[in-house]
Design a protein around this ligand. Structure first.
Ligand SMILES: [Fe+2]
Ligand SMILES: [Fe+2]
Length: 422
Protein backbone atom coordinates (compact mmCIF):
# COMPACT_ATOMS: atom_id res chain seq x y z
CA UNK A 1 0.00 0.00 0.00
CA UNK A 2 1.42 3.37 -0.97
CA UNK A 3 1.41 6.18 1.52
CA UNK A 4 -1.07 8.96 0.90
CA UNK A 5 0.70 11.84 2.51
CA UNK A 6 -1.74 14.24 4.17
CA UNK A 7 0.53 17.23 3.59
CA UNK A 8 1.81 18.70 0.32
CA UNK A 9 5.27 17.34 -0.44
CA UNK A 10 7.11 20.64 -0.46
CA UNK A 11 10.74 20.97 -1.40
CA UNK A 12 11.52 21.91 2.19
CA UNK A 13 9.82 18.83 3.52
CA UNK A 14 11.55 16.54 1.04
CA UNK A 15 14.93 17.97 1.90
CA UNK A 16 14.59 17.10 5.58
CA UNK A 17 12.51 13.94 5.46
CA UNK A 18 14.16 10.94 7.10
CA UNK A 19 12.53 7.77 5.87
CA UNK A 20 13.58 4.51 7.46
CA UNK A 21 12.21 1.02 7.94
CA UNK A 22 11.35 -0.16 11.44
CA UNK A 23 9.79 -3.28 12.87
CA UNK A 24 6.16 -3.01 13.95
CA UNK A 25 7.37 -4.30 17.34
CA UNK A 26 9.29 -1.03 17.75
CA UNK A 27 6.41 1.26 16.83
CA UNK A 28 5.21 3.70 19.47
CA UNK A 29 2.52 6.28 19.74
CA UNK A 30 3.96 9.43 18.11
CA UNK A 31 5.90 7.66 15.33
CA UNK A 32 4.96 8.91 11.82
CA UNK A 33 4.27 6.04 9.38
CA UNK A 34 4.51 6.76 5.66
CA UNK A 35 4.03 3.24 4.24
CA UNK A 36 2.70 0.06 5.83
CA UNK A 37 4.40 -2.14 3.21
CA UNK A 38 1.47 -4.52 3.07
CA UNK A 39 0.52 -6.00 -0.29
CA UNK A 40 -3.13 -6.17 0.73
CA UNK A 41 -4.20 -2.61 0.09
CA UNK A 42 -7.71 -2.80 1.41
CA UNK A 43 -6.47 -3.53 4.91
CA UNK A 44 -4.78 -0.22 5.40
CA UNK A 45 -6.72 1.90 2.96
CA UNK A 46 -9.88 1.75 5.03
CA UNK A 47 -8.71 1.45 8.57
CA UNK A 48 -5.30 2.93 9.06
CA UNK A 49 -4.09 5.85 7.02
CA UNK A 50 -0.41 6.74 6.84
CA UNK A 51 0.38 9.40 9.43
CA UNK A 52 1.23 9.67 13.10
CA UNK A 53 0.37 6.69 15.31
CA UNK A 54 -1.98 8.16 17.87
CA UNK A 55 -3.20 5.04 19.66
CA UNK A 56 -1.71 1.82 21.00
CA UNK A 57 -4.62 -0.02 19.42
CA UNK A 58 -3.34 0.95 15.94
CA UNK A 59 -0.07 -0.90 16.63
CA UNK A 60 -2.00 -3.87 17.91
CA UNK A 61 -4.09 -3.98 14.73
CA UNK A 62 -0.98 -3.79 12.51
CA UNK A 63 0.49 -6.76 14.40
CA UNK A 64 -2.69 -8.74 13.98
CA UNK A 65 -2.48 -8.10 10.22
CA UNK A 66 0.95 -9.69 10.26
CA UNK A 67 2.68 -6.48 9.06
CA UNK A 68 6.40 -6.89 9.72
CA UNK A 69 8.14 -3.62 8.86
CA UNK A 70 6.82 -0.18 8.07
CA UNK A 71 8.41 2.96 6.63
CA UNK A 72 8.52 5.90 9.01
CA UNK A 73 9.55 9.52 8.64
CA UNK A 74 11.54 10.66 11.67
CA UNK A 75 11.35 14.30 10.58
CA UNK A 76 7.61 14.19 11.19
CA UNK A 77 7.47 12.01 14.29
CA UNK A 78 9.41 10.17 16.95
CA UNK A 79 12.39 7.99 16.08
CA UNK A 80 12.08 4.66 17.91
CA UNK A 81 15.88 4.26 17.87
CA UNK A 82 16.30 7.28 20.10
CA UNK A 83 13.70 6.02 22.56
CA UNK A 84 14.15 3.39 25.27
CA UNK A 85 13.44 -0.03 23.74
CA UNK A 86 9.98 -1.53 24.05
CA UNK A 87 9.84 -4.34 26.50
CA UNK A 88 9.39 -7.57 24.58
CA UNK A 89 5.72 -8.39 24.70
CA UNK A 90 5.11 -11.57 26.61
CA UNK A 91 3.03 -14.32 25.06
CA UNK A 92 -0.25 -13.35 26.58
CA UNK A 93 -2.81 -15.64 28.08
CA UNK A 94 -6.54 -15.16 28.43
CA UNK A 95 -7.93 -13.10 31.27
CA UNK A 96 -7.12 -14.91 34.44
CA UNK A 97 -6.46 -14.16 38.07
CA UNK A 98 -3.03 -12.73 37.24
CA UNK A 99 -3.98 -11.00 34.05
CA UNK A 100 -7.05 -8.84 34.55
CA UNK A 101 -7.68 -5.87 32.30
CA UNK A 102 -9.29 -2.71 33.62
CA UNK A 103 -12.88 -2.48 32.57
CA UNK A 104 -14.55 0.55 31.12
CA UNK A 105 -17.02 1.81 33.69
CA UNK A 106 -20.57 1.63 32.30
CA UNK A 107 -22.23 5.04 32.23
CA UNK A 108 -25.71 3.55 32.71
CA UNK A 109 -26.69 0.72 35.12
CA UNK A 110 -27.54 -2.61 33.49
CA UNK A 111 -31.12 -2.63 34.79
CA UNK A 112 -31.80 0.60 32.88
CA UNK A 113 -29.78 -0.11 29.75
CA UNK A 114 -31.24 -3.57 29.25
CA UNK A 115 -34.67 -2.10 28.51
CA UNK A 116 -33.22 0.17 25.84
CA UNK A 117 -31.02 -2.61 24.53
CA UNK A 118 -34.00 -4.95 24.28
CA UNK A 119 -35.77 -2.51 21.96
CA UNK A 120 -32.61 -1.91 19.91
CA UNK A 121 -32.00 -5.65 19.62
CA UNK A 122 -35.57 -6.28 18.45
CA UNK A 123 -35.30 -3.53 15.85
CA UNK A 124 -32.00 -4.93 14.65
CA UNK A 125 -33.58 -8.35 14.24
CA UNK A 126 -36.47 -6.82 12.31
CA UNK A 127 -34.02 -5.01 10.03
CA UNK A 128 -32.08 -8.21 9.35
CA UNK A 129 -35.36 -10.05 8.72
CA UNK A 130 -36.45 -7.40 6.20
CA UNK A 131 -33.10 -7.69 4.44
CA UNK A 132 -33.56 -11.47 4.22
CA UNK A 133 -37.05 -10.96 2.81
CA UNK A 134 -35.69 -8.48 0.24
CA UNK A 135 -33.15 -11.05 -0.90
CA UNK A 136 -35.74 -13.83 -1.08
CA UNK A 137 -37.91 -11.58 -3.30
CA UNK A 138 -34.91 -10.90 -5.51
CA UNK A 139 -34.46 -7.31 -4.29
CA UNK A 140 -31.26 -5.73 -3.02
CA UNK A 141 -31.37 -4.55 0.63
CA UNK A 142 -30.48 -0.97 1.53
CA UNK A 143 -27.51 -0.08 3.69
CA UNK A 144 -28.95 3.09 5.27
CA UNK A 145 -31.18 1.46 7.86
CA UNK A 146 -28.33 -0.84 8.89
CA UNK A 147 -26.18 2.14 9.73
CA UNK A 148 -29.04 3.55 11.86
CA UNK A 149 -29.31 0.27 13.75
CA UNK A 150 -25.54 -0.09 14.06
CA UNK A 151 -25.37 3.40 15.53
CA UNK A 152 -27.99 2.61 18.15
CA UNK A 153 -26.19 -0.62 19.05
CA UNK A 154 -22.89 1.30 19.23
CA UNK A 155 -24.46 3.79 21.65
CA UNK A 156 -25.86 0.99 23.83
CA UNK A 157 -22.50 -0.83 23.94
CA UNK A 158 -20.84 2.41 25.01
CA UNK A 159 -23.43 3.05 27.75
CA UNK A 160 -23.21 -0.49 29.15
CA UNK A 161 -21.91 -3.35 27.01
CA UNK A 162 -23.35 -5.99 29.36
CA UNK A 163 -26.89 -5.25 28.21
CA UNK A 164 -26.69 -6.25 24.53
CA UNK A 165 -24.27 -9.10 25.29
CA UNK A 166 -26.69 -10.47 27.87
CA UNK A 167 -29.63 -10.24 25.46
CA UNK A 168 -27.64 -12.10 22.84
CA UNK A 169 -27.43 -15.04 25.20
CA UNK A 170 -31.17 -15.15 25.92
CA UNK A 171 -32.67 -16.32 22.68
CA UNK A 172 -35.02 -18.60 20.82
CA UNK A 173 -33.50 -21.31 18.69
CA UNK A 174 -36.13 -20.64 15.99
CA UNK A 175 -34.76 -17.19 15.30
CA UNK A 176 -31.14 -18.31 15.19
CA UNK A 177 -30.13 -16.75 11.89
CA UNK A 178 -31.55 -13.33 12.73
CA UNK A 179 -30.36 -13.34 16.32
CA UNK A 180 -26.96 -14.60 15.26
CA UNK A 181 -26.36 -11.59 12.99
CA UNK A 182 -27.31 -9.20 15.80
CA UNK A 183 -25.18 -11.05 18.37
CA UNK A 184 -22.13 -11.15 16.10
CA UNK A 185 -22.61 -7.41 15.58
CA UNK A 186 -22.78 -6.93 19.36
CA UNK A 187 -19.50 -8.77 19.92
CA UNK A 188 -17.86 -6.88 17.05
CA UNK A 189 -18.89 -3.58 18.62
CA UNK A 190 -17.65 -4.70 22.03
CA UNK A 191 -14.29 -5.53 20.45
CA UNK A 192 -14.22 -2.15 18.69
CA UNK A 193 -14.75 -0.53 22.09
CA UNK A 194 -12.01 -2.71 23.57
CA UNK A 195 -9.64 -1.59 20.80
CA UNK A 196 -10.72 2.04 21.21
CA UNK A 197 -11.66 2.29 17.54
CA UNK A 198 -13.37 5.36 16.13
CA UNK A 199 -17.15 5.47 15.79
CA UNK A 200 -17.07 5.45 11.97
CA UNK A 201 -14.74 2.44 11.86
CA UNK A 202 -16.88 0.65 14.45
CA UNK A 203 -20.07 1.31 12.48
CA UNK A 204 -18.53 -0.01 9.25
CA UNK A 205 -17.49 -3.20 11.04
CA UNK A 206 -20.90 -3.48 12.71
CA UNK A 207 -22.73 -3.26 9.38
CA UNK A 208 -20.41 -5.94 7.97
CA UNK A 209 -21.35 -8.17 10.91
CA UNK A 210 -25.09 -7.59 10.48
CA UNK A 211 -24.84 -8.59 6.82
CA UNK A 212 -22.17 -11.30 7.02
CA UNK A 213 -24.57 -14.24 6.54
CA UNK A 214 -27.11 -12.55 4.26
CA UNK A 215 -26.40 -15.18 1.58
CA UNK A 216 -28.15 -17.73 3.81
CA UNK A 217 -31.40 -16.23 2.49
CA UNK A 218 -30.65 -18.12 -0.73
CA UNK A 219 -29.91 -21.46 0.96
CA UNK A 220 -32.92 -23.85 0.92
CA UNK A 221 -34.63 -23.94 4.33
CA UNK A 222 -34.49 -27.74 4.26
CA UNK A 223 -30.70 -27.42 4.48
CA UNK A 224 -30.52 -24.25 6.58
CA UNK A 225 -32.81 -25.56 9.34
CA UNK A 226 -32.14 -29.27 9.05
CA UNK A 227 -32.33 -30.71 12.56
CA UNK A 228 -29.82 -33.50 11.91
CA UNK A 229 -26.34 -33.79 10.50
CA UNK A 230 -25.89 -32.38 7.01
CA UNK A 231 -24.82 -34.73 4.21
CA UNK A 232 -21.58 -33.98 2.35
CA UNK A 233 -23.60 -32.47 -0.49
CA UNK A 234 -25.64 -30.31 1.91
CA UNK A 235 -22.44 -29.09 3.56
CA UNK A 236 -21.24 -27.88 0.15
CA UNK A 237 -24.58 -26.12 -0.44
CA UNK A 238 -24.34 -24.49 2.98
CA UNK A 239 -20.80 -23.31 2.37
CA UNK A 240 -21.95 -21.37 -0.67
CA UNK A 241 -23.64 -18.83 1.61
CA UNK A 242 -20.32 -16.98 1.92
CA UNK A 243 -20.08 -16.37 -1.82
CA UNK A 244 -23.78 -15.58 -2.07
CA UNK A 245 -23.38 -13.05 0.75
CA UNK A 246 -20.50 -11.26 -0.96
CA UNK A 247 -22.26 -11.24 -4.34
CA UNK A 248 -25.36 -9.72 -2.74
CA UNK A 249 -23.43 -7.11 -0.79
CA UNK A 250 -21.52 -6.17 -3.88
CA UNK A 251 -24.80 -4.82 -5.22
CA UNK A 252 -25.71 -2.85 -2.09
CA UNK A 253 -25.00 0.84 -2.54
CA UNK A 254 -23.00 2.56 0.19
CA UNK A 255 -21.50 -0.63 1.61
CA UNK A 256 -17.74 -0.43 2.24
CA UNK A 257 -15.63 -2.98 0.40
CA UNK A 258 -14.54 -4.59 3.66
CA UNK A 259 -18.16 -5.71 4.30
CA UNK A 260 -18.00 -7.68 1.05
CA UNK A 261 -14.66 -9.08 2.22
CA UNK A 262 -16.15 -10.07 5.61
CA UNK A 263 -19.09 -11.76 3.91
CA UNK A 264 -16.86 -13.73 1.54
CA UNK A 265 -14.13 -14.75 3.98
CA UNK A 266 -15.64 -15.03 7.46
CA UNK A 267 -15.19 -18.83 7.35
CA UNK A 268 -11.50 -18.65 6.48
CA UNK A 269 -9.19 -19.89 9.22
CA UNK A 270 -5.89 -18.47 10.34
CA UNK A 271 -4.10 -21.75 9.54
CA UNK A 272 -5.50 -21.89 6.00
CA UNK A 273 -8.04 -24.67 6.58
CA UNK A 274 -11.13 -22.53 6.07
CA UNK A 275 -13.25 -21.75 3.02
CA UNK A 276 -13.91 -20.61 0.29
CA UNK A 277 -10.31 -19.74 -0.62
CA UNK A 278 -8.15 -21.32 2.09
CA UNK A 279 -6.61 -17.94 2.95
CA UNK A 280 -4.17 -17.92 5.81
CA UNK A 281 -2.62 -15.55 8.33
CA UNK A 282 -2.05 -12.06 6.92
CA UNK A 283 -4.03 -12.88 3.79
CA UNK A 284 -7.09 -12.57 6.00
CA UNK A 285 -7.90 -8.92 6.66
CA UNK A 286 -8.36 -7.53 10.17
CA UNK A 287 -12.13 -6.90 9.74
CA UNK A 288 -12.56 -10.52 8.64
CA UNK A 289 -10.45 -11.90 11.50
CA UNK A 290 -12.31 -9.84 14.05
CA UNK A 291 -15.75 -10.80 12.72
CA UNK A 292 -14.73 -14.44 12.45
CA UNK A 293 -13.86 -14.85 16.13
CA UNK A 294 -17.19 -13.21 17.10
CA UNK A 295 -19.04 -15.40 14.59
CA UNK A 296 -17.57 -18.65 15.92
CA UNK A 297 -18.12 -17.72 19.56
CA UNK A 298 -21.77 -16.93 18.95
CA UNK A 299 -22.28 -20.17 17.03
CA UNK A 300 -20.71 -22.14 19.90
CA UNK A 301 -22.88 -20.67 22.66
CA UNK A 302 -26.12 -20.74 20.64
CA UNK A 303 -28.68 -23.46 21.06
CA UNK A 304 -29.67 -24.94 17.71
CA UNK A 305 -32.24 -27.49 16.67
CA UNK A 306 -29.43 -30.04 16.43
CA UNK A 307 -27.28 -29.08 19.46
CA UNK A 308 -27.44 -27.38 22.85
CA UNK A 309 -25.49 -24.15 23.26
CA UNK A 310 -22.24 -24.24 25.21
CA UNK A 311 -22.07 -22.28 28.43
CA UNK A 312 -20.26 -18.98 27.92
CA UNK A 313 -17.22 -20.11 29.84
CA UNK A 314 -16.89 -23.21 27.67
CA UNK A 315 -17.33 -21.09 24.54
CA UNK A 316 -14.50 -18.82 25.67
CA UNK A 317 -12.35 -21.87 26.31
CA UNK A 318 -12.93 -23.07 22.74
CA UNK A 319 -11.90 -19.65 21.43
CA UNK A 320 -8.76 -19.90 23.56
CA UNK A 321 -7.99 -23.32 22.15
CA UNK A 322 -8.50 -22.01 18.59
CA UNK A 323 -5.87 -19.26 19.11
CA UNK A 324 -3.03 -19.83 16.65
CA UNK A 325 -4.93 -22.31 14.49
CA UNK A 326 -8.46 -21.17 13.81
CA UNK A 327 -7.74 -17.58 14.86
CA UNK A 328 -4.90 -15.17 15.24
CA UNK A 329 -3.80 -15.96 18.81
CA UNK A 330 -3.64 -12.36 20.01
CA UNK A 331 -7.05 -11.58 18.60
CA UNK A 332 -8.54 -14.66 20.27
CA UNK A 333 -7.04 -13.68 23.61
CA UNK A 334 -8.25 -10.11 23.20
CA UNK A 335 -11.75 -11.42 22.57
CA UNK A 336 -11.63 -13.37 25.83
CA UNK A 337 -10.37 -10.32 27.72
CA UNK A 338 -13.08 -8.21 26.12
CA UNK A 339 -15.91 -10.55 27.14
CA UNK A 340 -14.34 -10.90 30.57
CA UNK A 341 -13.58 -13.56 33.13
CA UNK A 342 -17.07 -13.52 34.60
CA UNK A 343 -19.58 -12.21 32.06
CA UNK A 344 -23.05 -11.39 33.32
CA UNK A 345 -25.01 -14.63 33.81
CA UNK A 346 -21.99 -16.77 34.72
CA UNK A 347 -22.65 -19.22 37.56
CA UNK A 348 -19.96 -19.04 40.22
CA UNK A 349 -19.05 -20.43 43.64
CA UNK A 350 -17.72 -17.87 46.11
CA UNK A 351 -14.76 -18.53 48.40
CA UNK A 352 -17.13 -18.47 51.40
CA UNK A 353 -19.04 -21.49 50.07
CA UNK A 354 -22.08 -19.71 48.70
CA UNK A 355 -22.93 -19.80 45.02
CA UNK A 356 -24.88 -17.64 42.61
CA UNK A 357 -24.96 -15.83 39.32
CA UNK A 358 -23.02 -12.80 38.10
CA UNK A 359 -25.53 -9.99 37.66
CA UNK A 360 -23.37 -6.99 36.88
CA UNK A 361 -19.79 -6.16 36.01
CA UNK A 362 -17.78 -3.76 38.10
CA UNK A 363 -14.51 -2.00 37.36
CA UNK A 364 -12.76 -4.87 39.16
CA UNK A 365 -12.86 -7.67 36.58
CA UNK A 366 -12.36 -10.30 39.30
CA UNK A 367 -15.13 -9.00 41.56
CA UNK A 368 -18.50 -8.55 39.87
CA UNK A 369 -21.92 -8.20 41.53
CA UNK A 370 -23.30 -11.67 42.31
CA UNK A 371 -26.84 -12.70 43.14
CA UNK A 372 -26.22 -15.35 45.81
CA UNK A 373 -28.84 -18.11 45.73
CA UNK A 374 -27.37 -21.23 47.26
CA UNK A 375 -25.33 -22.35 50.26
CA UNK A 376 -22.93 -25.06 49.12
CA UNK A 377 -21.88 -26.08 52.64
CA UNK A 378 -25.47 -26.60 53.83
CA UNK A 379 -26.52 -27.81 50.36
CA UNK A 380 -29.63 -25.68 50.44
CA UNK A 381 -31.14 -22.77 48.60
CA UNK A 382 -31.15 -19.46 50.49
CA UNK A 383 -34.62 -18.34 51.62
CA UNK A 384 -34.09 -15.07 49.74
CA UNK A 385 -31.46 -14.16 47.11
CA UNK A 386 -28.76 -11.79 48.36
CA UNK A 387 -27.06 -9.22 46.15
CA UNK A 388 -23.33 -9.12 46.88
CA UNK A 389 -21.04 -6.55 45.25
CA UNK A 390 -17.68 -8.30 45.54
CA UNK A 391 -15.85 -5.13 44.52
CA UNK A 392 -17.16 -3.55 47.72
CA UNK A 393 -17.04 -6.53 50.09
CA UNK A 394 -13.66 -7.74 48.81
CA UNK A 395 -15.04 -11.30 48.51
CA UNK A 396 -13.50 -13.74 46.05
CA UNK A 397 -14.83 -16.09 43.43
CA UNK A 398 -13.46 -19.61 44.00
CA UNK A 399 -14.56 -21.34 40.80
CA UNK A 400 -17.13 -21.53 38.05
CA UNK A 401 -20.34 -23.45 38.53
CA UNK A 402 -23.02 -24.57 36.16
CA UNK A 403 -26.63 -23.63 35.60
CA UNK A 404 -27.98 -27.14 35.51
CA UNK A 405 -26.36 -28.50 38.66
CA UNK A 406 -27.00 -25.42 40.77
CA UNK A 407 -30.30 -24.07 39.63
CA UNK A 408 -32.05 -26.89 37.84
CA UNK A 409 -32.07 -25.08 34.49
CA UNK A 410 -31.41 -27.04 31.33
CA UNK A 411 -29.17 -24.36 29.86
CA UNK A 412 -27.67 -21.00 30.60
CA UNK A 413 -30.21 -19.08 28.49
CA UNK A 414 -33.09 -20.44 30.60
CA UNK A 415 -31.37 -19.31 33.77
CA UNK A 416 -30.69 -15.86 32.35
CA UNK A 417 -34.29 -15.48 31.24
CA UNK A 418 -35.45 -16.37 34.75
CA UNK A 419 -33.04 -14.00 36.46
CA UNK A 420 -33.35 -11.01 34.22
CA UNK A 421 -37.06 -11.43 33.40
CA UNK A 422 -36.49 -10.69 29.72
FE1 LIG B 1 -21.42 -17.78 7.85
FE1 LIG C 1 -22.30 -16.40 10.90
Amino acid sequence: MKARHPFPATAIHLSISMIKKVSVDDLRVGVYVTDFNTPIAHKGSIYIEPGPISRESTIKILKSWGVGQVDIDTSLGLDPETLPKNKKRKVTSPAGPNNPRPRIRPSVPLKIERNVALEVSREAMRAVEHAYQDVMRGDVPEAGQFYDIAERMYDSIHRNSDALILLGRIREKDTYTLQHSVSVCTYVLAMCQYYDMSESQSLDLAVGALFHDIGKAIIPLSVLNKPGKLTAEEVQIMKRHAEYSSELLHQVQGIPQHCVDVALHHHERYDGTGYPHGLRREQISFPVQLTSVCDVFDALVSERCYKPGLETVMGLRMIYEGGGTHFNRELAYDFIRCIGMYPVGTCVVLADGRSGVVMESTEDVKRPVVKVLYDETKRERLPRPIRVDLSKTGGEIACYSNASTLFGCTHEGQLLRKLFAV
